[in-house]
Write a protein that binds this ligand. Structure first.
Ligand SMILES: NC(=O)c1ccc[n+]([C@@H]2O[C@H](COP(=O)([O-])OP(=O)(O)OC[C@H]3O[C@@H](n4cnc5c(N)ncnc54)[C@H](O)[C@@H]3O)[C@@H](O)[C@H]2O)c1
Length: 258
């Protein structure tokens, strides 16, 4: 894909799941990747596994810590001389009815799923502005538009991400900094499996609202991220690309054989 080779890319939550697929894709395109993740063990395993594809390193961070985010972006920009692409991906989904949802968990989710996106984006944008441009991709969710029960903080943070993408695109377009979102549908990652294990997610039930009637592969999400980050999307900013098998367009739940 045009414009990814030799680029310096930061992927938050890159140790596992979708972030790992994105790191893989960027390495395959010839970029240098820093994965920023709280899970040191998983990060080390990912660096070892993906190291054969190209230059990758892990940066351990809890993205709920605002000062740590500033330090991380400074580290990347100083070590590599620039930061071309930042992908805000790390997020958690905690379930519970809104009437009972513990306030400390609500605050935690806001701080990781939304505030960290803002902080990573603006810390990276300071460098991108100086270097003449850059690209930021934020991982939203189908839940930013299709609201499901027992996920109120998740739905709210994901809807917030779509607003963040549009707002910052308008502010930073003049600096040649593009910021876009990718809203995935259902992908079999640890985040998704927790919901299945807790009985909150029933895959067959979910598929009723997915026109393509299948789970998505992490690589399908990574493809969209790579496109938006690349020069192939040089005129695109402020958009959220739904990679969801059509879920966001579905009117009624339908069985496959209807
Ligand atoms: N899997 C899906 O079906 C799906 C659907 C829509 C959106 N998403 C979104 O995709 C993104 C990635 O999710 P995933 O499915 O790959 O989940 P995942 O749980 O497999 O991976 C999340 C990664 O974030 C890291 N992380 C968690 N808390 C952190 C913290 N405080 N600081 C730093 N890193 C932290 C984890 O260690 C992990 O590596 C999330 O934003 C999620 O909301 C996923």
């Amino acid at each position: 894909m045009k414009g990814l080779k030799d680029k310096i890319v930061l992927v938050t939550g890159g140790a596992k799941g979708l972030g790992k697929a994105m790191a893989t894709r960027f390495l395959q395109e010839g970029a240098t990747v820093v994965i920023a993740d709280v899970d040191a063990e998983a990060s080390a395993a990912t660096v070892e596994e993906l190291g054969t594809l190209g230059p990758i390193e892990a940066y351990q961070i809890d993205l709920r810590d605002a000062d740590a985010i500033e330090a991380m972006v400074d580290y990347v920009a100083e070590k590599y001389g620039r930061i071309d692409i930042a992908v805000n991906n790390a997020g958690v989904q905690i379930h519970g009815w809104a009437t009972e949802f513990p306030l400390e968990k609500f605050d935690m989710m806001l701080s990781l799923n939304l505030r960290a996106y803002y902080l990573v984006a603006r810390a990276a944008a300071r460098y991108m502005k100086k270097q003449g441009g850059g690209s930021i991709v934020c991982i939203s969710s189908g839940n930013s538009q299709r609201y499901t029960t027992r996920r109120s903080p998740y739905n709210i943070t994901k809807a917030g991400i779509n607003g963040l993408v549009g707002t910052l695109a308008v502010e930073w377009g003049r600096f040649n900094i593009r910021i876009n979102g990718v809203a995935p549908g259902f992908v079999d990652t640890e985040l998704f499996r927790v919901g299945v294990k807790n009985g909150i997610i029933d895959v067959d039930n979910n598929m009723l609202v997915v026109p393509m009637k299948r789970m998505l592969e992490a690589e399908e999400i990574a493809n969209g991220v790579a496109f938006l980050a690349s020069e192939e999307a040089s005129g695109v900013t402020g958009q959220v690309l739904f990679i969801d098998g059509g879920w966001s367009r579905a009117g009624l739940p339908e069985k496959k054989d209807m």
